[in-house]
Design a protein around this ligand. Structure first.
Ligand SMILES: Cc1ncc(COP(=O)(O)O)c(C=O)c1O
Ligand SMILES: N[C@H](CCC[C@H](N)C(=O)O)C(=O)O
Length: 427
């Protein structure tokens, strides 16, 4: 099934991932449990790389969007796979440092970076600070008194509407992110370049997330080249154009996003056309996939703790997690696919709810499952991105553990939070 991580399989009535039975993993690490399939991560990264190699005769960079899953163990895996990285906070940057990431391969984003975060990034020698607004330019001007090399790009809002959830559209002109393309963006480049320590490196845009087709990207490539050409005409040279992330994934059988290769092909062909049209050279191109690498690599395992049947209504199946480890239904009415660990024969429609004190604490509004009993293990698929990274301690539940599996080996990359962890910040 397209929603399964690559190494997921059912054998003799049990589910396996990375060559290990989920029952065994749960015995060792309890529930809820996030499981990451390293093989899927690897093959999705390779898929980006191979596709660019095939269709783009220029340098390409795959910068993993840390916001989708930023934990040391996961970033170490990406480092092994030789990716770049996009971070949006001092905390994500610190995690990258802990993972031993090459700082030169980091893009530092954010619409309201603090002075301290900017200084931290400059001191850490990050590859690029992606400047997001005029207030940030003033912070950089101040920092230039102390530091003599500040590599900057600008984020532009390109005026492109991607068809996705309203909350995750970011390319519109009326957006909190970036400089509106046109006069403002040109003014930003001029102001930045007039600062002695600043080395202007290029332009970036991100149009939104969970996008299923390549049309808005093709439009984006054209808009970015048109703008790059304007900058060239004003005397500015660029070394990098970054098209952001947003490549959609399937959460249910009804989702049909383009494959990684299809996205990359369409983007690359448009880049090639534009390079010719404007006779440009010596440019590197970046994409920042988060969800499309981390998402399909992860599953979450819960244990069913209570079942409530109400005459004439769909039964409630409550698991030992919910909106604090996966807030995406509460935020976006996001849909997920789930299955039971040891049973496959479809039997009834149920609602999957969590254990948090909120009626909107739902994981799946409606799903057909086999007969469910208290104690069963429920697997929710495609939870690798924006689950752990958006998790909270609501109701003072600890965040679940995360384990990475590969070739029959399991590695704990996040330990389960204890009661002590939960009170550890209280004074
Ligand atoms: C600047 C930037 N790059 C990349 C991403 C990654 O998006 P996605 O996880 O949809 O690929 C986002 C948004 O999440 C973003 O804001
Ligand atoms: N930061 C991304 C969206 C992240 C969406 C993510 N939080 C989700 O759960 O889908 C953006 O602005 O395009």
């Amino acid at each position: 099934m397209k929603l399964y991580p690559q190494t997921f399989e059912r054998r003799d009535g049990l589910c396996y991932i990375g060559g290990i039975s989920i029952k065994d993993l749960v015995q060792k690490y309890y529930t809820p449990l996030y499981i990451v399939c390293a093989q899927t991560v690897k093959s999705r990264v390779e898929s980006f790389k191979e596709s660019f190699k095939k269709y783009l005769p220029f340098e390409s960079r795959i910068a993993f969007a840390g916001k989708s899953l930023c934990v040391t163990g996961f970033l170490k895996k990406l480092k092994e796979l030789d990716t770049w990285l996009d971070v949006v906070s001092g905390g994500e940057l610190y995690t990258a440092i802990k993972a031993g990431f090459d700082m030169k391969r980091i893009y530092f984003h954010g619409n309201n970076k603090s002075f301290e975060e900017l200084e931290f990034a400059i001191k850490s020698n990050v590859g690029y600070i992606v400047v997001d607004g005029f207030s940030e330019i003033e912070k950089i001007r101040e920092l230039s008194k102390k530091y003599n090399y500040i590599p900057c790009m600008i984020r532009i809002s390109p005026g492109i509407e991607a068809h996705t959830h309203e909350f995750i559209k970011t390319g519109k002109i009326d957006s909190k992110f970036g400089f509106p393309i046109g006069e403002d963006a040109i003014k930003a480049v001029k102001e930045l370049s007039s600062i002695d320590s600043v080395k202007f490196k290029g332009i970036h845009a991100h149009i939104g997330s969970q996008i299923f087709d390549s049309k808005p990207y093709v439009e984006l490539v054209n808009v970015m080249f048109d703008f790059a050409n304007k900058l060239n005409n004003e005397g500015f040279t660029l070394e990098n154009i970054n098209f952001g992330g947003g490549f959609g994934i399937a959460y249910t059988e009804e989702d049909y996003p383009l494959s990684i290769e299809e996205f990359v092909k369409d983007i690359s062909l448009e880049i090639v056309k534009n390079m010719k049209k404007y006779s440009m050279k010596d440019l590197a191109f970046t994409v920042e996939p988060g969800r499309s690498i981390a998402g399909p690599s992860g599953i979450t395992v819960y244990r069913v703790g209570s079942i409530k049947k109400i005459n004439g209504f769909v039964p409630y199946v409550a698991v030992d997690g919910g909106m604090a480890d996966n807030p995406r239904y509460a935020l976006y009415k996001a849909k997920y696919h789930a299955e039971l660990d040891e049973k496959t024969e479809i039997f009834q429609e149920v609602k999957i709810v969590g254990r948090f004190c909120e009626s909107g604490d739902m994981l799946i509004e409606k799903i057909m499952l086999p007969e469910v009993n208290v104690g069963d293990l429920l697997l929710v698929f495609a939870t690798g991105a924006y689950n752990y990274s958006m998790a909270s301690n609501y109701n003072r539940f600890g965040r679940p553990a995360m384990v990475m599996v590969e070739d029959g080996k399991d590695t704990l990359i996040v330990r389960r939070e204890t009661y002590e962890d939960i009170v550890s910040h209280d004074m």
